[in-house]
Design a protein around this ligand. Structure first.
Ligand code: XIL
Length: 391
């Protein structure tokens, strides 16, 4: 297996932007020591981003406005790349009236990233969810035609990418177009496919490339690294991306969301093999939305109901990180929110939670230390046994 080298970052200058401490490290305070919580809050070398920087693997999180306003120390200190949990979605930036924009959250995210020497992942331009009501209602009523829909998307892409031109490292251009069936394929019932036709996907990549030629453009989806057990979705996405690239469509990478759930099990070998498979055709890979959910007592405390899941959760995080570390074409590893306090999981998956690396009180969990340890071992090498003294 090729080791991650110092030359693996996709965007020129990205390494320079990822500050956060590449210097020599004091030995970190580990789990259960009284200093552990403090260490987890620190900016700099002794943090996820600090160790990530030493192996050229930017470590990221999705951020909400609350993460930025209330918990800036961790949001800024632990991560070197950030994604707006919702800030850059169409529904957020052009919410109520066509042509009337609200950049409050997106501007806040980009300013925060700049202040903290962080890269930004733009998320997302073409998705069936979180579209403005004026758009979906207009299409439903027939007041927005197919041709108009194409022009509206073109305008959306040029406006948003134009505003942040040169400030976004990676864009998730298209999100979640494939079915979960076996075999998988582009979902014929997807809102965009129904109303604009499948060709809109390739066109979105072309517009995005024209609007910001230096941004890396990603196709992003879940279950695309074997999580479905069959690999059907991986195979379908792989074949489609390969075909698009052969046709000249500017797709630079695949984003694997990596939303895991302890009830389904996880195959780390499959995950890594799939990452390598994407890399084999020259694609970059980003782990874009990692989290590991499990059944919990209630949405407030999010205490796992099965004690085994407290082992499975950090194990699965660690397995994903180790695979990402082993495959040099993985250019970033992002968790979908770092604290259980504002995770999307309890609101989306009934009875589940505990999906993040910090708990509901912003205290680091075992999963945090597992990731830190994986990065530390990759950066410094595993501790070795001292040779026995000779008689
Ligand atoms: C989620 C956000 O985290 C929530 O706040 C919002 O209510 C719904 O969307 N896949 C994606 C993300 O690509 O955009 C989703 O984010 C989570 C699933």
């Amino acid at each position: 297996m090729e080791r991650r080298s110092v030359l693996t970052l996709g965007a020129a200058g990205a390494a320079a932007l990822v500050a956060g401490g590449a210097g020599l490290l004091a030995s970190p305070a580990w789990a259960d020591s009284p200093k552990a919580a403090e260490a987890a809050r620190k900016t700099g070398a002794d943090s996820l981003r600090g160790y990530g920087a030493r192996i050229n693997l930017p470590i990221g999180s999705a951020l909400t406005p609350q993460d930025i306003e209330q918990w800036a120390e961790i949001s800024g200190g632990q991560f070197s790349v950030v994604t707006g949990a919702n800030a850059m979605k169409w529904q957020t930036v052009e919410p109520t009236t066509q042509g009337v924009y609200d950049w409050t959250d997106a501007d806040q995210l980009v300013a925060f990233a700049h202040a903290n020497h962080q890269l930004v992942r733009g998320h997302t331009l073409l998705w069936h969810n979180q579209l403005p009501n004026w758009l979906t209602a207009g299409v439903a009523a027939g007041t927005i035609s197919k041709t108009q829909l194409w022009s509206l998307l073109e305008k959306h892409i040029f406006t948003e990418l134009g505003r942040y031109k040169g400030k976004i490292w990676q864009w998730d251009v298209a999100n979640e177009f494939f079915t979960d069936s076996n075999p998988s394929g582009i979902n014929p019932n997807d809102w965009w496919v129904v109303n604009a036709g499948e060709d809109i996907i390739a066109q979105a990549f072309k517009w995005a490339h024209e609007a910001d030629p230096h941004a890396l453009l990603f196709y992003n989806d879940y279950n695309v690294t074997g999580e479905d057990g069959t690999n059907a979705k991986h195979d379908a996405v792989f074949a489609w991306v390969q075909q698009q690239r052969d046709a000249g469509v500017p797709i630079h990478g695949v984003g694997t969301q990596a939303h895991l759930d302890t009830q389904y099990g996880f195959d780390p070998q499959r995950f890594q093999t799939d990452l390598e498979h994407y890399a084999s055709i020259g694609l970059k890979i980003a782990v874009t939305e990692a989290d590991v959910r499990t059944f919990v007592s209630d949405a407030t405390t999010q205490t796992p109901t099965d004690s085994l899941s407290q082992f499975a959760q950090p194990f699965e995080y660690s397995a994903m990180m180790q695979a990402a570390i082993a495959v040099p074409e993985v250019i970033s590893f992002t968790v979908w929110g770092w604290t259980d306090a504002d995770s999307w999981v309890p609101g989306t998956f009934k009875g589940e939670g505990y999906a993040c690396i910090y708990d509901v009180n912003q205290q680091p969990k075992q999963a945090y230390y597992s990731l830190l340890q994986d990065l530390k071992i990759a950066a410094e090498g595993a501790p070795r046994r001292a040779p026995l003294p000779r008689a």
